[in-house]
Design a protein around this ligand. Structure first.
Ligand SMILES: [Zn+2]
Length: 420
């Protein structure tokens, strides 16, 4: 049995894999606390390469802007008034693991066993990664074990490129006007914020930044950050009797009172959480940094209120200390915006069906560029890429599933052309 979902996917696969292996070797790791866009110069190396390749494909207006965004147009071949559709992927990789010197390895015709990678004893083991069991007979790509692979999101970048190359070579296939957008700094939460929607000029868009084949996402967390700042009274410990108020001990009390069942490690599916990711403290002052997540805006507000109440109650018991809780929204659940444009998700489902998938709607316990883009007025659900174990040295991708993602993208163009 062929591991490909269609002859189209099989036709797209070799060139797509070749692109992917080329792109992952470019170090495009982004950096938190950026001072400019993009946050790191390596991202521009890949972006320039993509501009050249898009121009070679005939997308003559391909351009890299001053903030590191690549945009290009594939003109319509459809009759009528099909809307302009955007295809978006991010060029940066996560700061969580090294992205330097990525050596991609292709494991042909996977047999369902454990794959031992050459570096750091890293293993791809179906016992802990059950998705592997569905990939017997596939060609899997991994790193050598000591870096990210970078499938997040170079799988998406390669799939957009392969789909656009195919469509450009087949003008007889009706397609809408397609706008391609490659963004920097998605992994540090900045990619969508200064994305120039007016210049992009699409009516809706799709990010290719998901995981398992057949999945798409039109729902993400609603996200807020919460910083709890505690001020105590610092006195030399030798003279502290009855005077010192230790802010760090108060921080510890607050942490101990936060419900353990409301953490990322204790929740799943549609449950939200409060995640404390950093604590800094001295005797005089302490800061607890947390992120708060839920799919439901009211429940999110409830988690924030709980955190605030715990902090204020603990500190109220010590009148010489004070506390300030600063809450800031980070990104909204895209569902709110996509519900108003049901045709955007239905086109994705139709394209998945045409490639032989029964579409699976999977809410993401996180955000995508599409969360912010949807809120800013460009409805943007997320499609699968075929990559797994993102942000780790165990990251892997299936060449066949990547080919399916590119084929779904080609079919998506067909769906929208018919709707013109
Ligand atoms: Zn990603």
């Amino acid at each position: 049995m062929s591991p490909y979902t269609s002859p189209l996917a099989e036709e797209l696969a070799p060139e797509l894999l070749e692109r992917f292996l080329r792109y992952v070797k470019v170090d495009t790791q982004s950096k938190r606390d950026r001072t400019q866009s993009p946050s790191t110069p390596g991202q521009l190396d890949l972006s320039r390469m993509l501009v050249d390749e898009l121009r070679q494909l005939g997308l003559e207006d391909a351009e890299l802007d001053g903030n590191g965004y690549v945009m290009a147009t594939l003109p319509s071949t459809a009759n009528g008034n099909a809307p302009t559709i955007g295809l978006i992927a991010h060029v940066d990789t996560s700061p969580d693991e090294s992205g330097t010197g990525v050596e991609p390895l292709v494991h042909r015709d996977y047999d369902g066993g454990v794959i031992e990678l050459p570096k750091l004893g890293t293993r791809l083991d179906p016992a802990t990664m059950p998705e592997l069991l569905g990939k017997v007979g596939h060609d899997l790509v991994s790193s050598s074990g000591d870096t990210l692979l970078g499938a997040d999101d170079k799988a998406g970048v390669a799939e957009v490129m392969a789909a656009v190359a195919y469509l450009a070579a087949h003008p007889e296939l009706p397609r809408p006007t397609i706008r391609v957008g490659f963004t920097p700094d998605e992994e540090v939460g900045q990619g969508a914020k200064i994305f120039d929607l007016e210049r992009f000029g699409a009516d809706c868009a799709y990010t290719l930044d998901g995981s398992e084949a057949g999945e798409y996402t039109d729902e993400t967390f609603t996200a807020a950050s919460a910083d709890v700042r505690i001020r105590g009274v610092d006195v030399h410990p030798g003279f502290a009797t009855g005077k010192l108020v230790n802010a760090t001990r108060l921080a510890g009390e607050i942490l101990a009172k936060l419900p353990p069942e409301l953490t990322p490690e204790a929740t799943a599916d549609r449950e939200g959480f409060i995640h404390v990711y950093s604590v800094e403290g001295s005797a005089g002052a302490a800061t607890i940094r947390a992120i708060v997540r839920d799919f439901d805006d009211d429940r999110l507000a409830g988690h924030v209120a709980l955190l605030r109440k715990v902090a204020e109650d603990v500190v109220a018991a010590e009148p010489r200390a004070d506390v300030e809780v600063e809450v800031a929204p980070q990104y909204p659940n895209m569902r709110t915006y996509l519900d108003e444009r049901p045709e955007v998700s239905s086109a994705a489902e139709e394209a998945l069906r045409r490639e032989g998938f029964e579409p699976r709607r999977v809410p993401i316990r996180g955000g995508t560029d599409g969360s912010i883009l949807s809120a800013r007025g460009l409805p943007t659900p997320n499609l699968f890429t075929g990559g797994h174990e993102f942000h780790s040295v165990r990251e892997w991708a299936s060449a066949q599933d990547m080919a399916s993602a590119a084929a779904v993208t080609v079919r998506l163009a067909g769906v929208w052309a018919e709707r013109g």
